[in-house]
Design a protein around this ligand. Structure first.
Ligand SMILES: C[S@@+](CC[C@H](N)C(=O)[O-])C[C@H]1O[C@@H](n2cnc3c(N)ncnc32)[C@H](O)[C@@H]1O
Length: 266
């Protein structure tokens, strides 16, 4: 992760702890961890079930941000959890929240690159990452590194935003401009997963839920316009809203897609 991206996420994680941002997050996602992915509470509950989380299961959440949805899943299931990300501001918030929530299982927080996970082979029963691969360049290396640390019979479930394949150059550009910073892929995810030693058990299309969440965020933020403008300034508020509107239109037109992949080691 380069410095610009790290600083951008550091700022977002700090800002997301303010009361106004927490109120928007509760309204749109049903949580207040400082989420930057598009996973809502229903999706987090689905992840708990798909990953078969329970006391004694060890979960790795890659690109864990400030603890969403990893800490929530650990609290709901009683599993042990390791949170990994690069921006320290997010990890500090997550570590404090883990203590405050008095989680039933063990919780560790590590500053590490998801492309070079600092764990032994087969260390984890379950792996999750929410909209992380679309925020980094080294998608293949992250999937390979995850493959190395999952135990035989373990599972990895993750969401990712991507550009609908086969679009005209103009529509492709519109989807890329509306997506997260590294939304483009040289290889589509099913092929990339096969190349990196993963078998896809299921791919759930979450595009409609994604479009709904973007629209809800737009509406919730408009409702808090004055507070948000005093937090980030009128110009930044307007820029953020223009990009959210582009994102909503691209998702509603299904040129920007979001999927939840359920995978196991091949
Ligand atoms: C969309 S955010 C999701 C964060 C959090 N899981 C959530 O749902 O709010 C993507 C996260 O991926 C992290 N990330 C990007 N590149 C990474 C890398 N090479 N290794 C680990 N994490 C990375 C970012 O720092 C960011 O926190």
């Amino acid at each position: 992760m380069d410095e610009t991206q790290r600083e951008r996420f550091e700022q977002i994680y700090l800002r997301n702890q303010t009361p106004v941002m927490q109120s928007v997050e509760r309204c749109v996602f049903g949580c207040d961890y400082g989420a930057t992915s598009w996973a809502n509470r229903e999706e987090a509950d689905r992840l708990v079930a798909l990953l078969e989380l329970a006391p004694g299961v060890r979960l790795l959440d890659v690109g864990a941000g400030s603890g969403w949805p990893g800490l929530y899943m650990a609290g709901a299931s009683g599993c042990d959890i390791v949170l990994v990300d690069v921006p320290l501001a997010g990890l500090r918030i997550a570590a404090e929240r883990a203590v405050r929530d008095n989680l039933p299982g063990e919780c560790w927080v590590a500053a590490a690159d998801g492309a070079k996970l600092p764990f032994g082979d087969a260390s984890f029963d379950a792996i999750s990452h929410s909209d992380v691969l679309c925020c980094l360049v080294e998608k293949r290396a992250v999937l390979e590194s995850c493959r190395q640390v999952i135990r035989p019979g373990g599972r990895m479930v993750f969401s990712v935003i991507y550009v609908e394949p086969g679009l005209s150059p103009g529509e492709h550009r519109r989807a890329v401009d509306a997506g997260p910073p590294f939304v483009e892929t040289e290889t589509e995810y099913p092929a990339l997963l096969a190349d990196t030693g993963w078998k896809v058990r299921d791919e759930r299309d979450m595009t409609e839920e994604f479009a709904t969440a973007v629209l809800q965020k737009l509406q919730a933020e408009k409702g808090q316009r004055d507070e948000l403008e005093s937090l980030i300034g009128a110009a930044d508020f307007s820029d953020l809203h223009k990009s959210l509107e582009l994102r909503y239109r691209a998702a509603a037109d299904r040129i920007l897609r979001r999927s939840l992949f359920v995978t196991v080691p091949a």
